[in-house]
Design a protein. Sequence first.
Length: 204
Amino acid sequence: MALFLSLGTRLGLTADGEAANTEARAESERAVVLDQDGSEVLGLAGCALAELGDTTRGVELLERAVENDPSNAQAWVALGGALCLLRRFEEGIEKLAHGIRLSPRDYRLAFWGTFYAMTFARLGRHMEAYEQAKLAVRRDPRFYVARVVLATTLIQLGRSEEAIESIRQARRLRPRLSFAEIERLLGRRGANVVEPLWTAVTDR
């Protein structure tokens, strides 16, 4: 519940983001009280807290999750993402990649790969970001977020027409997609990259 609420706010899927985040924090801590050693619980709660901005607490729980069960792919991926939020990029990327390797047929690979691509994009490693975003789209063609991220990588590589088409496909998958949602997902700097594409698509 905590993770669904926190990610729902990030993706613009909750009606009241502030209320959802408050509930997500409470559910995260309640889950840990109910099962303070369960790797799955620690992994999901830690991921939710990191997503909510309590990154230090999230990392603490995620480190306990992988210590208690080194095969917990979700916890490794979430730990990697949280470390990147703390700007510990190389360590974070290593753990993200490790988590993905641990579960090569996981149904969450498209989701994980999308945020892996976003990490490379933040570092200016645009070709690596593109490869990961393209892979995420291939793994789940219905996941519109991967197409938004793919568009940002394409524009950085100078492939504007392909980027516009990627945004168009994202809107086809989610007709209610708004620029405000994209800004919540990518942050202001990432949204600035997408804004000309968004204008080109919505003006047609």
